[in-house]
Each structure stands twice: as C-alpha cells, then as structure tokens.
Design a protein around this ligand. Structure first.
Ligand code: 5GP
Length: 199
C-alpha cells in the first residue's frame, strides 16, 4: 500500500477553512483530518477528539518535551500542535492526511517533510476577512483584534505555499482543492504504480 500524502493547509482565521474543508471531505473519501491538540477552550458545539484534543497546558508541554509533536505553535496565547505518531499512522494506512494549521507550524512541517503538499486559502480581500471575523461572534473583541493582526502576518507569507486558493465562492474553492488533490495523486502515484509494458 502507498503511504498517504501529507497536505498542509493554512488560511487566516475567518477565511472559511472549516466550511470549505467539510465539503472537500464529503467528496474525497481518501482524506483524513489531523485532529490537533490545543490548550484553547472549546467553542460551543466543538467536541473533544473531533475538532481538537482539548488538553491542559501542562500536558501540552509534556508532549513537546517527549518529542511527540510534529510541529506546534503559540497562537493568540494558546498552544496548538500536531501529534507526529498519529499523523504517521494515518498515512501508513494509506490516508492522505490534511493538517489545518497556521503559517509557523506550516513552515516547520515543510522543512521536515519536503514531499508535503501546501495550500493557502485566502479571502478575496482583507475587508471580507475583517467583516467575517467581527460578525461570526465567537470571540471577544480583544481576541478578534489579535486574530486580525495574525491574519495580516499570515497573508504576507503566502509565498511559502505551492497553491493559493481564493475563497470567494465556497464551491469554487472546494473544486480547486479537489483538483489539487487529484493532480498531486497522479503525480505521486501513477509512475510508481505503473505496471504496463514499457517499450
Ligand atoms: P482556531 O482557534 O480558530 O480553531 O484555530 C486558530 C488557528 O490555529 C487556525 O489558523 C488553525 O489553522 C491553527 N491550528 C489549528 N491546529 C493547529 C496545529 O496543530 N498546529 C498549528 N501550528 N496551528 C494549528
């Protein structure tokens, strides 16, 4: 069995990554979502083990010390990170694993895993993003301001990613990501698995 691909997907808070990814997962059954660990408290409706593994700061620091994290970062005063063994076990089962992570973590993964596919989802304009973040009402104004600052920083680092997807119309962004996955699979697997007669 082929080891699955690693897909690093970033985009500023409020860009609609969740909605886009949900639809991508509906269409593509070979994908697995990497459930990150975080010390941020759950939002209403978020489930432990589904959206995140919600853990204490002490436990998070212990995981770092034990070398368990593929990458981690501090984002708006909370820790977020990816468990290396968990991702590897999904890839060994043949799943293409999606890491939905911010740009610092993405840079670290891209340094460690040169074959990872990287995608950045951007808003059509910065104003769209500000409006969405302010209107969704899931954060306090202090947190919103921090997220807007972080979004500016993330948008300035688009160049580290191979692909840029613009989330203007959700279905178009979904189709773009499905097309990227399809092309990357053809690139990665077809030559390796070809068993035809070579002349
Ligand atoms: P949120 O609090 O909105 O769920 O996530 C905040 C940011 O953290 C988002 O940009 C999200 O992609 C990022 N994030 C989520 N999990 C991880 C992770 O495991 N590692 C890193 N570096 N960023 C993450």
């Amino acid at each position: 069995m082929n080891k699955g691909m690693l897909i690093v997907l970033s985009g500023p808070s409020g860009v609609g990554k969740g909605t886009v990814l949900e639809k991508v997962f509906e269409h593509d059954k070979n994908l697995a979502y990497s459930v990150s660990c975080t010390t941020r408290p759950p939002r209403s409706g978020e489930k432990d083990g589904v959206h995140y593994s919600f853990i204490s700061k002490e436990k998070f620091l212990e995981n770092i010390q034990n070398g368990r994290m593929l990458e981690y970062t501090v984002y708006c005063d909370n820790y977020y990170g990816t468990d290396a063994e968990y991702v590897d076990s999904l890839r060994k089962k043949g799943f293409d694993v999606v890491l939905e992570i911010e740009t610092n973590g993405a840079m670290n993964v891209l340094k460690k895993c040169s074959d990872a596919v990287s995608v950045f989802i951007a808003p059509p304009t910065f104003e769209h993003l500000q409006k969405r973040l302010t209107e969704r009402g899931t954060e306090t104004s202090d947190v919103i301001n921090k997220r807007i600052l972080k979004a500016k920083d993330e948008l300035s680092r688009i160049d580290i990613y191979e692909y840029l997807v613009i989330n203007d119309v959700v279905d178009n962004a979904v189709q773009d990501i499905l097309a990227i996955l399809r092309a990357e699979r053809i690139k990665k697997y077809n030559k390796t698995n070809y068993r035809g007669v070579l002349i």
